[in-house]
Design a binder for this molecule. Structure first.
Ligand SMILES: [Zn+2]
Ligand SMILES: [Zn+2]
Ligand SMILES: [Zn+2]
Length: 164
């Protein structure tokens, strides 16, 4: 498990089923090691978040679950599942989009930095420790203790620039 591939450019053609498969396998492994339950709902919510490399809002997840079930999934249950996935580091929350994205390397704790395309909404995770170090060092100058440090960088992805 030590050799999970780094996040690649999700725009490049790739076997996305393998992304989903790897993410679910990593989640099972991580939950087992942490001694927490990876329930069917938690798994399904993670699967939905991994449906693409675009951050997914809680309402989209609720809608899909409602369609599948034929009845409305209780929002608090889904929010609790998302909280669980966040706590385990299996997903990241993109505050600027109020949405969630799956993490490709949940086995090491990090907050991550995201390049977010304002046009197609794809989010590319950087997970660059030198950015984290720079934030920590700058904050330290103010005697500030960093708790949340998810960095969201907005712009246009290569594909949207090419299409413009
Ligand atoms: Zn993929
Ligand atoms: Zn991550
Ligand atoms: Zn784009």
């Amino acid at each position: 498990m030590s050799n999970l591939s780094l996040p690649h450019d999700p725009h490049q053609p790739h076997d996305h089923d393998a992304c989903v498969h790897d993410a679910l396998a990593a989640a099972e492994h991580l939950c087992e090691r942490a001694g927490v339950r990876f329930t069917a709902l938690r798994k399904r919510v993670l699967e939905l978040v991994w449906d693409s490399h675009k951050p997914l809002g809680a309402y989209d997840i609720l809608d899909t679950l409602a369609r599948e079930d034929g009845r409305r999934a209780a929002p608090p249950t889904v929010y609790r599942a998302l909280d669980f996935l966040l706590e385990q580091g299996l997903v990241h929350r993109i505050a600027s989009l109020n949405a969630f994205i799956g993490c490709a390397s949940p086995e090491h704790r990090h907050q991550g930095q995201f390049l977010i395309c304002r046009q197609c909404h794809i989010a590319i995770e950087l997970d660059n420790s030198s950015i984290q170090d720079a934030i920590a060092a700058s904050a330290k100058g103010f005697g500030f203790q960093v708790e949340g440090e998810t960095v969201e960088i907005t712009g246009l992805c290569a594909q949207c620039q090419a299409a413009a």
